[in-house]
Design a protein around this ligand. Structure first.
Ligand code: FPP
Length: 260
């Protein structure tokens, strides 16, 4: 998380100048209900969800967002029927095959967070190839959370810390929030400033548990397949109207506001 780590009381961070979040993370929810409302199979909802992904990426590029993280497949999604899991995997494959060249041409850098273990070899290779191809790009960083779970990520980081201690590379006294952050899946990315969840559900669902410590949350009513640039802009407007204090107080805070 590096410079993205926001510590309580850091007034220079609290004194935000830009109202456009650097990092937006989205929990794309409601594909199934979108389909059901239309009398369609769930797969149709996921397919329409892919179109919403394409719209969201374009919107993020246009709005000047640095990092967009999309929750595409959670570690818990394995409990869905096998056919649906296979379908979601095939959508990811197809999305990458069909879009990576264009995203690369648009200077988008692709990253994947989540456990590679347990995924088919061909998917791992595909994800690695997309990351490698676009690694030097300097435009939007597009992160797919795939086979991702926040608790799993934290446990993996703890295991890495333990291994480093056992190997004599790290003293237990050196373990602090920064040491922990450096062992997460994508330590170089800033923490999300804004987490959006669609379909009016108000849960975090094991998404970016560590990184979202100081994120603002915006819950939008639309099912994910109905997510448009307008929805995105409305969420950003809500974010811009919020006061972010990171556990501190705002500038000009006087004794009265401090005692509140
Ligand atoms: C939630 O809807 C959505 C998902 C579990 C996966 C998100 C996947 C996509 C948007 C399509 C895949 C796209 C790419 C590029 C990988 P839900 O099925 O939980 O909806 P429900 O709560 O209404 O049942």
């Amino acid at each position: 998380m590096g410079d993205g780590m926001n510590k309580g009381g850091n007034t220079s961070t609290a004194r935000e100048t830009s109202r456009i979040p650097r990092h937006v993370a989205i929990i794309m929810d409601g594909n199934g209900r979108w389909a059901k409302a239309r009398g369609l199979p769930r797969s149709a909802g996921h397919r329409a969800g892919v179109e919403a992904v394409r719209r969201a990426v374009r919107a993020a590029e246009g709005l000047g967002i640095e990092v967009l993280t999309l929750y595409a497949f959670s570690a818990e999604n394995w409990s869905r029927p096998r056919k649906e899991v296979a379908f979601l995997f095939s959508l990811l494959r197809r999305f990458m095959h069909r879009n990576v060249a264009e995203l690369h041409a648009r200077n988008v850098r692709i990253r994947i967070i989540g456990e590679r273990e347990g995924l088919d070899k061909d998917i791992v290779r595909l994800l690695d190839d997309c990351e490698t191809l676009t690694a030097a790009n300097t435009g939007l960083t597009l992160v797919f959370a795939f086979n991702y779970g926040g608790r799993q990520e934290i446990v993996a980081a703890a295991r890495r810390l333990a291994e480093d201690v056992r190997a004599g590379r790290l003293n237990p006294e050196e373990i602090d929030a920064d040491a922990f952050s450096r062992r997460l899946y994508a330590p170089d990315l800033p923490d999300p400033d804004l987490v959006i969840r669609t379909s009016n559900e108000q849960r975090l669902s094991n998404f970016l548990l560590w990184q979202a410590a100081y994120a603002e949350f915006v819950f939008v009513e639309e099912y994910w397949p109905d997510f448009t640039e307008e929805t995105f802009k409305k969420a950003l407007a809500e974010y811009a109207a919020r006061e972010r204090r990171f556990g501190g107080i705002l500038d000009g805070g006087d004794a009265a506001s401090a005692s509140r």
